[in-house]
Ligand binder design. Structure first.
Ligand code: GLA
Length: 385
């Protein structure tokens, strides 16, 4: 981990480079980028309470600008053009590191783990042994327990067109067995922001990592997302109980407000008289994505008539949690001083199903020594007429 005293001088300097020597020269002389290349700019965003320097990076391909931070290997901002070319930030977030440190509720833009989403009672059995993760969501564990991967300063380094973050989670971290080494790479090329995850462990463990960005395609300060249209490539979902823990069943979406096989406005059926919708207080469920898992295939598409922005999410993961920002309640003040109220953003968390360690019929989240976990999710930005 990179350490520096508060205000350490050598950390303040900015480093700019492109993917190739030609790109560097071009960037120095001109500014506009060679097609398919991104510039990466690094600076120190701030320091955590123990004095650890937390870098932030800007990745720009000349059209799209992403900022990613080592605190939680987090997507902090994402500026894309609308149909008229006007730029806006389309992810919810804060200006300062301190604002993120203070927020233990929303997980804005972070990499969540070691187990993203819920584990019932924080308990599971693995190879005949029971493990207990500290509970932090009623009686259940959410997003890896109290101090998940979203609350760590990850190591970071620039790579062509992006940044690689690395976290070594020690044996016993939040109760999980085995030392886990996890890499998350953010790269920007051809209007696609790609997230590649890879991991190994020295003892058998469970792993479920995802990104927790909240999107508002009309801009993060433009009210709610209820009018934006969503399509999810799934025929089934995993119904939940009152604690949002899957019952273990897979049910068809047909005939329910969870049917997004054709594009529908997020808000069109959000108040329907449906048992699951009441339990979720809006959308907060896992969809069983059409196969084959392990291959990068389109999982969801969102369009916004107002701005003309379109987001296409593809993933190798078997599931996706669509969460309609139900718990945002105006108490989170984001950048530009905007209060993020209910449904100010939506999350599309590509993932394994919640509570998989307790459901033998769900795709396995077990990672054994000698295996390497790989997962990819891509976010592609375009516009509609
Ligand atoms: C996930 C969960 C939600 C909520 C958010 C964070 O999406 O499924 O219930 O906890 O994270 O607020």
């Amino acid at each position: 981990m990179r350490k520096a005293a508060r205000g350490g001088k050598e950390e303040i300097k900015k480093v700019k480079h492109a993917a190739t020597p030609a790109g560097i020269l071009f960037a120095l002389i001109a500014g506009p980028l060679v097609n398919g290349q991104s510039l990466v700019t690094r600076s120190i965003w701030g320091y955590t309470a123990d004095g650890t320097a937390a870098p932030i990076y800007e990745i720009s391909d000349g059209r799209i600008e992403a900022r990613v931070a080592a605190w939680g290997a987090r997507l902090v901002s994402l500026r894309t053009p609308d149909r008229a070319g006007k730029m806006a930030d389309i992810v919810l977030g804060y200006d300062t590191l301190q604002d993120y440190v203070n927020d233990t509720k929303t997980y804005f833009g972070s990499t969540v783990g070691r187990y993203g989403n819920r584990i019932a009672l924080g308990k599971f059995m693995l190879d005949g042994k029971q493990y207990q993760i500290p509970v932090n969501n009623g009686v259940n564990a959410l997003h890896g327990g109290m101090v998940g991967f979203d609350r760590k300063v990850w190591d970071s380094r620039e790579i062509p067109n992006g940044v690689e973050f690395t976290l070594v989670s020690p044996d016993g971290d939040m109760g999980f067995p085995g030392t886990l080494t996890l890499h998350v790479r953010y790269t920007l090329a051809g209007d696609t922001l790609r997230l590649d995850y890879s991991a190994t462990a020295d003892k058998t463990t469970v792993l479920n990592v995802t990104n927790h960005a909240y999107f508002n395609l009309n801009g993060d300060d433009q009210g709610d997302v209820l009018g934006q249209k969503l399509e999810i490539m799934a025929q089934e979902f995993t119904p939940v109980d009152a604690g949002l823990i899957p019952t273990g069943a897979l049910l068809p979406v047909a005939g329910t407000p969870l049917d997004f096989r054709k594009p529908e406005a997020i808000g069109a059926r959000i108040h329907d008289n449906n048992e699951q919708m009441k339990l979720g207080n809006g959308y907060d469920f896992n969809w069983v994505l059409n196969g084959p898992a392990g291959e990068l295939r389109t999982a969801a598409v969102v369009t916004d008539e107002q701005s003309g922005r379109k987001l296409t999410v593809a993933t190798t993961e078997p599931g996706i949690q669509f969460y309609s920002g139900n718990f945002l309640d105006g108490s989170f003040t984001g950048r530009h001083g905007v209060k993020y109220t209910q449904h100010a953003g939506f999350c599309l968390e590509t993932q394994h199903y919640p509570d998989s360690p307790n459901h033998a019929n769900f795709p396995s989240t077990v990672l054994r020594p000698g295996q390497t976990f790989h997962s990819t999710t891509s976010l592609t930005f375009s516009t509609i007429k």
